[in-house]
Write a protein that binds this ligand. Structure first.
Ligand SMILES: CC(C)(COP(=O)(O)OP(=O)(O)OC[C@H]1O[C@@H](n2cnc3c(N)ncnc32)[C@H](O)[C@@H]1OP(=O)(O)O)[C@@H](O)C(=O)NCCC(=O)NCCS
Length: 143
Protein backbone atom coordinates (compact mmCIF):
# COMPACT_ATOMS: atom_id res chain seq x y z
CA UNK A 1 0.00 0.00 0.00
CA UNK A 2 1.22 3.53 -0.71
CA UNK A 3 0.96 6.04 2.10
CA UNK A 4 -0.06 9.18 0.24
CA UNK A 5 -3.21 8.05 -1.56
CA UNK A 6 -6.32 10.22 -1.25
CA UNK A 7 -9.76 8.81 -2.10
CA UNK A 8 -12.32 11.56 -2.63
CA UNK A 9 -15.38 12.38 -4.74
CA UNK A 10 -14.74 13.50 -8.33
CA UNK A 11 -14.39 17.27 -8.84
CA UNK A 12 -14.77 19.12 -12.15
CA UNK A 13 -11.03 19.88 -12.20
CA UNK A 14 -10.40 16.10 -12.51
CA UNK A 15 -12.12 15.74 -15.88
CA UNK A 16 -9.09 15.83 -18.17
CA UNK A 17 -7.15 13.32 -16.05
CA UNK A 18 -10.13 10.98 -15.74
CA UNK A 19 -10.76 11.11 -19.50
CA UNK A 20 -7.07 10.37 -20.15
CA UNK A 21 -7.13 7.41 -17.73
CA UNK A 22 -10.29 5.89 -19.21
CA UNK A 23 -9.12 6.47 -22.78
CA UNK A 24 -6.09 4.33 -21.97
CA UNK A 25 -7.68 1.66 -19.77
CA UNK A 26 -11.03 1.29 -21.61
CA UNK A 27 -9.82 1.64 -25.20
CA UNK A 28 -12.42 -0.85 -26.49
CA UNK A 29 -15.42 0.75 -24.82
CA UNK A 30 -18.54 1.23 -26.98
CA UNK A 31 -19.60 4.73 -28.10
CA UNK A 32 -22.21 5.10 -25.32
CA UNK A 33 -19.37 4.90 -22.78
CA UNK A 34 -17.69 7.97 -24.25
CA UNK A 35 -15.93 9.44 -21.17
CA UNK A 36 -17.26 13.00 -21.14
CA UNK A 37 -20.85 11.76 -21.58
CA UNK A 38 -20.45 9.17 -18.83
CA UNK A 39 -19.10 11.79 -16.45
CA UNK A 40 -21.91 14.21 -17.30
CA UNK A 41 -24.59 11.57 -16.71
CA UNK A 42 -23.03 10.24 -13.48
CA UNK A 43 -22.90 13.74 -12.00
CA UNK A 44 -26.72 13.85 -12.23
CA UNK A 45 -27.16 10.74 -10.01
CA UNK A 46 -25.32 10.17 -6.70
CA UNK A 47 -22.26 12.20 -7.70
CA UNK A 48 -20.81 11.52 -4.23
CA UNK A 49 -20.35 7.89 -5.31
CA UNK A 50 -18.07 8.81 -8.21
CA UNK A 51 -14.67 8.49 -6.53
CA UNK A 52 -11.14 9.20 -7.64
CA UNK A 53 -7.80 8.09 -6.19
CA UNK A 54 -5.22 10.85 -6.11
CA UNK A 55 -1.47 10.42 -5.66
CA UNK A 56 0.85 13.43 -5.86
CA UNK A 57 -2.06 15.55 -7.18
CA UNK A 58 -2.62 13.13 -10.08
CA UNK A 59 -5.77 11.09 -10.59
CA UNK A 60 -4.52 7.49 -10.77
CA UNK A 61 -7.78 5.63 -10.23
CA UNK A 62 -11.56 5.86 -10.48
CA UNK A 63 -14.72 4.03 -9.52
CA UNK A 64 -18.37 4.89 -10.08
CA UNK A 65 -20.92 3.36 -7.69
CA UNK A 66 -24.67 3.75 -7.53
CA UNK A 67 -27.63 2.40 -5.56
CA UNK A 68 -30.91 2.07 -7.46
CA UNK A 69 -32.99 1.22 -4.39
CA UNK A 70 -32.58 -2.54 -4.91
CA UNK A 71 -28.92 -3.22 -5.74
CA UNK A 72 -25.69 -1.33 -5.77
CA UNK A 73 -23.65 -1.27 -8.96
CA UNK A 74 -19.99 -0.65 -9.65
CA UNK A 75 -18.70 0.78 -12.92
CA UNK A 76 -15.42 1.95 -14.39
CA UNK A 77 -13.06 0.77 -11.69
CA UNK A 78 -9.71 1.64 -13.21
CA UNK A 79 -6.15 2.21 -12.00
CA UNK A 80 -3.36 3.72 -14.05
CA UNK A 81 -1.02 0.98 -15.27
CA UNK A 82 2.01 2.49 -13.49
CA UNK A 83 0.20 2.41 -10.13
CA UNK A 84 -1.27 -1.10 -10.10
CA UNK A 85 -0.72 -3.74 -7.39
CA UNK A 86 -0.35 -1.08 -4.71
CA UNK A 87 -3.81 -1.44 -3.20
CA UNK A 88 -5.37 1.55 -4.97
CA UNK A 89 -8.33 -0.30 -6.49
CA UNK A 90 -8.93 -2.02 -3.17
CA UNK A 91 -9.03 1.36 -1.43
CA UNK A 92 -11.45 2.69 -4.06
CA UNK A 93 -13.72 -0.33 -3.62
CA UNK A 94 -13.70 -0.08 0.19
CA UNK A 95 -14.74 3.58 -0.09
CA UNK A 96 -17.40 2.77 -2.72
CA UNK A 97 -18.85 -0.03 -0.60
CA UNK A 98 -18.93 2.27 2.44
CA UNK A 99 -20.83 4.89 0.41
CA UNK A 100 -23.29 2.26 -0.79
CA UNK A 101 -23.85 1.02 2.76
CA UNK A 102 -24.55 4.56 3.93
CA UNK A 103 -27.12 4.79 1.11
CA UNK A 104 -28.83 1.64 2.47
CA UNK A 105 -27.62 -0.79 -0.18
CA UNK A 106 -27.77 -4.48 0.87
CA UNK A 107 -25.92 -6.08 -2.08
CA UNK A 108 -23.50 -5.01 -4.78
CA UNK A 109 -23.53 -6.34 -8.35
CA UNK A 110 -21.01 -5.72 -11.08
CA UNK A 111 -20.29 -6.97 -14.56
CA UNK A 112 -16.92 -7.82 -16.04
CA UNK A 113 -16.16 -9.53 -19.31
CA UNK A 114 -16.01 -13.29 -18.70
CA UNK A 115 -12.57 -13.38 -20.36
CA UNK A 116 -11.15 -10.76 -17.97
CA UNK A 117 -9.67 -13.27 -15.54
CA UNK A 118 -7.31 -10.76 -13.91
CA UNK A 119 -10.16 -8.47 -12.91
CA UNK A 120 -12.18 -11.44 -11.68
CA UNK A 121 -9.17 -12.39 -9.54
CA UNK A 122 -9.09 -8.85 -8.19
CA UNK A 123 -12.77 -8.88 -7.19
CA UNK A 124 -12.45 -12.34 -5.66
CA UNK A 125 -9.63 -10.96 -3.49
CA UNK A 126 -12.22 -8.55 -2.05
CA UNK A 127 -14.76 -11.29 -1.33
CA UNK A 128 -16.89 -11.04 -4.50
CA UNK A 129 -18.31 -14.32 -5.79
CA UNK A 130 -19.15 -15.39 -9.34
CA UNK A 131 -22.90 -15.90 -9.75
CA UNK A 132 -24.45 -18.00 -12.52
CA UNK A 133 -26.50 -15.35 -14.32
CA UNK A 134 -27.12 -14.36 -17.90
CA UNK A 135 -26.49 -10.66 -18.47
CA UNK A 136 -29.07 -8.96 -20.68
CA UNK A 137 -28.98 -5.38 -21.94
CA UNK A 138 -30.87 -3.02 -24.23
CA UNK A 139 -29.83 0.34 -25.61
CA UNK A 140 -32.25 3.19 -25.01
CA UNK A 141 -32.48 6.45 -26.94
CA UNK A 142 -30.39 8.58 -24.57
CA UNK A 143 -27.08 9.82 -25.95
C1 LIG B 1 -8.46 -4.49 -11.86
C2 LIG B 1 -7.67 -3.25 -11.42
C3 LIG B 1 -8.68 -2.14 -11.14
C4 LIG B 1 -6.91 -3.62 -10.13
O1 LIG B 1 -6.26 -2.44 -9.64
P1 LIG B 1 -5.04 -2.52 -8.60
O2 LIG B 1 -4.95 -1.16 -7.94
O3 LIG B 1 -3.83 -3.02 -9.26
O4 LIG B 1 -5.58 -3.60 -7.55
P2 LIG B 1 -5.03 -3.85 -6.06
O5 LIG B 1 -3.60 -3.44 -5.97
O6 LIG B 1 -5.98 -3.24 -5.08
O7 LIG B 1 -5.14 -5.46 -5.99
C5 LIG B 1 -5.59 -6.13 -4.83
C6 LIG B 1 -5.48 -7.62 -5.05
O8 LIG B 1 -6.30 -8.03 -6.17
C7 LIG B 1 -5.65 -9.10 -6.89
N1 LIG B 1 -5.23 -8.63 -8.22
C8 LIG B 1 -5.14 -7.35 -8.66
N2 LIG B 1 -4.73 -7.31 -9.96
C9 LIG B 1 -4.58 -8.61 -10.34
C10 LIG B 1 -4.16 -9.22 -11.54
N3 LIG B 1 -3.83 -8.50 -12.64
N4 LIG B 1 -4.09 -10.57 -11.60
C11 LIG B 1 -4.43 -11.31 -10.52
N5 LIG B 1 -4.81 -10.79 -9.33
C12 LIG B 1 -4.90 -9.44 -9.24
C13 LIG B 1 -4.41 -9.45 -6.05
O9 LIG B 1 -4.83 -10.41 -5.08
C14 LIG B 1 -4.10 -8.12 -5.37
O10 LIG B 1 -3.33 -8.24 -4.19
P3 LIG B 1 -1.71 -8.39 -4.30
O11 LIG B 1 -1.22 -7.27 -5.20
O12 LIG B 1 -1.27 -8.22 -2.87
O13 LIG B 1 -1.45 -9.73 -4.89
C15 LIG B 1 -6.65 -2.81 -12.49
O14 LIG B 1 -5.87 -3.91 -12.89
C16 LIG B 1 -7.29 -2.19 -13.72
O15 LIG B 1 -7.50 -0.99 -13.79
N6 LIG B 1 -7.60 -3.04 -14.73
C17 LIG B 1 -8.17 -2.56 -15.99
C18 LIG B 1 -9.57 -1.97 -15.83
C19 LIG B 1 -10.64 -2.98 -15.61
O16 LIG B 1 -10.68 -4.01 -16.28
N7 LIG B 1 -11.55 -2.67 -14.63
C20 LIG B 1 -12.62 -3.53 -14.22
C21 LIG B 1 -13.83 -3.48 -15.07
S1 LIG B 1 -14.93 -2.16 -14.67
Amino acid sequence: MIASIEIRPYESKDQAQVVALWSDVFKDDPPWNEPASMIRRKLTVQPELFLVAVVDEQVVGTVMAGFDGVRGWIHHLAVQRSHRRQGIASSLMIAAEKGLEIAGCPKVNLQVRATNSEVIAFYRSLGYELEERASLAKRLGVA
